[in-house]
Design a protein around this ligand. Sequence first.
Ligand code: SF4
Length: 230
Amino acid sequence: MASLQPLAALNARIVACELCPRLRAHCTAIAREKRRAYREWEYWAKPVPSFGDEKARVMALGLAPGAHGSNRTGRPFTGDGSGDFLYPVLYAAGFASQPAATRRDDGMRLTGLWITSVGRCAPPGNKPTPEELRNCSRWLDQEMRLLKRLRVVVCLGRIAFDGLLAHEARTRRLPSRTGIVFAHGAEYKLPSGLMAIASYHPSLQNTNTGKLTRAMLLRIFQRARRMAEL
Ligand code: SF4
């Protein structure tokens, strides 16, 4: 049998991870109880692997799977309101092959983009603990090493932004984060050479209230494209 490419092999290890008992129990309980609209679904209920183009120059870094979104479908931002907002923007910006993301076998392909998150298991109340985020940071560290062409990271929300800076600090490439603060649209060239762009997260809380509009998020990904020279 052919061996897996490194990123596919890493994804396989992520899917099998059991480091956070609270989160594993929560994901399993959600899958057992289900939401009424999805009672015919067999929920994924495992850590959600990353998705995209292994030659990506741009990364979209999110927070964690949604309970009835990617915890159900098994692909980042797929099957919930956040994804319904994000993927049409990725399509308009030229990263996604189609605007609708409904299930992991819907034929979606990404070009130039890799989607991942700082937490891989759906957390209660969308809030992973600091310890759970530390546990999961090992996967981001390994992924970053394998994405050889990566130039730009779009951080979707403050926790993702902090996760990227923590990664840069762990790898000793960021001695201090003084002056690097989260604000929608803020851009930073990090000492490693990586470019970071901060964005509000496309959660329903932000998109339903107009805090994050489609035009705002499209500008972020168009800017990421230009910065990555795509
Ligand atoms: S959150 Fe991350 S570290 Fe924790 S169990 Fe899930 S995949 Fe493993």
